[in-house]
Design a protein around this ligand. Structure first.
Ligand code: HEC
Length: 130
C-alpha cells in the first residue's frame, strides 16, 4: 500500500516536472532576449518615442528592421546614429543623442533588427543543413 502511494506520487511529480520542462523551458528561452531588451529600452526611454508596431514620435521598430534587413553593418550604423542623434531618415523630427552604454545598445538594436516582419519562404536565406 505504502509503496504504491509513493510510486503514484513519484509518477505525478515526474509528470509535472516533464510538463514543466517541455512547456516552460522553450518559451522561457525564446523570451529572454526580447524581455531583457525591452526592459533596457524602457529604462533608456527609447519606448517613450518608439514602439514595436506603429509610428510614435520616431519610427516603429518593425519598420526600422524591415528597412535595414540585409544591410551590412546595420547594427553598428544604428548604434552610432542613436548615440549621435539625427534626423532626415524618417522625417524632419530629430532623435536627440541618447547616452546609453554600448552593451545595452547592442542588446536593444539586436532586438530591433530581429523584429522584422517574417520573410517569405522564397526570399528566406537557406540555412537548413543536415
Ligand atoms: C525624443 C524621442 C526619441 C527618443 C527618446 C528615442 N528616439 Fe529613436 N528616433 C526618434 C526619431 C524622431 C527618429 C527618426 C530620425 C530620423 O528620421 O533620422 C528615430 C530613429 C531611430 C532609429 C532609426 C535610425 C535610422 O537612421 O534609421 C533607431 C534604430 C532608433 N531611433 C532607436 C532608438 C533607441 C534604441 C532609443 C533609446 C536609446 C531611441 N531611439 C530613443 C526619436 C526618439
Amino acid at each position: 500500500m505504502k509503496t504504491n502511494r509513493c510510486y503514484c506520487i513519484t509518477l505525478i511529480r515526474n509528470y509535472l516536472l516533464a510538463l514543466g520542462l517541455t512547456v516552460l523551458l522553450p518559451a522561457a528561452h525564446a523570451q529572454v532576449n526580447a524581455d531583457a531588451a525591452k526592459t533596457l529600452a524602457t529604462k533608456h526611454l527609447c519606448l517613450a518615442c518608439h514602439q514595436l508596431e506603429g509610428k510614435l514620435v520616431g519610427p516603429a521598430y518593425r519598420d526600422v528592421a524591415n528597412k535595414y534587413r540585409g544591410v551590412p553593418d546595420a547594427q553598428a550604423k544604428l548604434i552610432a546614429k542613436i548615440k549621435k542623434g539625427g534626423q532626415g531618415v524618417w522625417g524632419q523630427v530629430p532623435m536627440p543623442p541618447m547616452y546609453v552604454p554600448d552593451e545595452n545598445l547592442k542588446t536593444i538594436v539586436a532586438w530591433i533588427l530581429g523584429s522584422a516582419a517574417p520573410v517569405t519562404v522564397a526570399s528566406a536565406p537557406v540555412v537548413a543543413k543536415k
